[in-house]
Design a protein around this ligand. Sequence first.
Ligand SMILES: Nc1ncnc2c1ncn2[C@@H]1O[C@H](COP(=O)(O)OP(=O)(O)OP(=O)(O)O)[C@@H](O)[C@H]1O
Length: 227
Amino acid sequence: MNQHTALLDVRDLVVRYGAVTAVDHVSFTVDAGETLALNGPSGCGKSSTVAAVLQLRRPESGSVRFEGRELTTLSERELRPLRPRMQPVFQDPYGSLSPRHRIRDAVAEPLRVQGRWDAAGPARVAALLDRVGLDPAYGDRFPHELSGGQCQRAGIARALASEPRLLVLDEPVSALDPSVRAGVLNLLADLQDDLGLAYLFICHDRAVVRHFADRAVEMRGGRLVPA
Ligand SMILES: Nc1ncnc2c1ncn2[C@@H]1O[C@H](COP(=O)(O)OP(=O)(O)OP(=O)(O)O)[C@@H](O)[C@H]1O
C-alpha cells in the first residue's frame, strides 16, 4: 500500500467564470520541501489555479487536499486556522503590502492576527527582516521607500511570520529588475533548505523554471500538457 501523502494534492480542479472554463480538470501534487513549477503562457489559467488552491476562489469542482485535509468543503471559519500554513507571494511586490503601514507593522500583522504577538514580537520581526536580507532598520520605512526587490523580501518576511509549510509564489520575480531577480531566487532557495518549505512556483520563464524547480508542469488553455 502506498503510504505517501503529498503536502498539496490537487485533483480534477475546475474553475469557471461564467461560460469561460479557466482551469479544466487539472491535477498535480507538491511534496513537503519540494518546488513544483507551474509554467505556461498568459491566460492559460495559472492565476485561477493559484486562487483555487488558496481557496480565494472556490472551484467549480475537484479536490484540493492540503496536509491531508480537503479544503474545498471547509467553511471560511474552518479554513482560517489552516490559511497561515499556505501563504501566497504575488508578482507585484508593492501590491502585497499596504502603502499606509510601515514594513515592521506589515510583518507583525500575521503574528497579531494569529494571537502570537507578545513581548518577543519586535525581536521576532527584526529576525524575520534579517532572515530575508533586509536591515531591520528598514522596518521603520513604508513600502514606497523600498526598492522592488527589497519590498518583495519584506513580503516574503511577512509570509514567513505565519510559519507556513507551502508558499504559493505567483511570478515572484517577474516584476523585478533583472539584476535583483537572482538574489530573491537565491533567498527562496536558502529558505527552502533551512525551513523545509514547499513551493508552488508560478512562472512563465522556462530558464528560471529549469534552474529553480525540482519538477515542472505546463498549462495550456486551462489544461496540463506534457512539460
Ligand atoms: N475574473 C474573471 N472573469 C472572467 N474571466 C476571467 C477572470 N479571471 C480570469 N479569467 C479568464 O480565465 C482564463 C485564465 O486566466 P488566468 O488569469 O488564470 O491565466 P494566467 O495564466 O494566470 O494569465 P496571466 O499570466 O496573464 O495572469 C483567461 O481566459 C482569462 O481571461
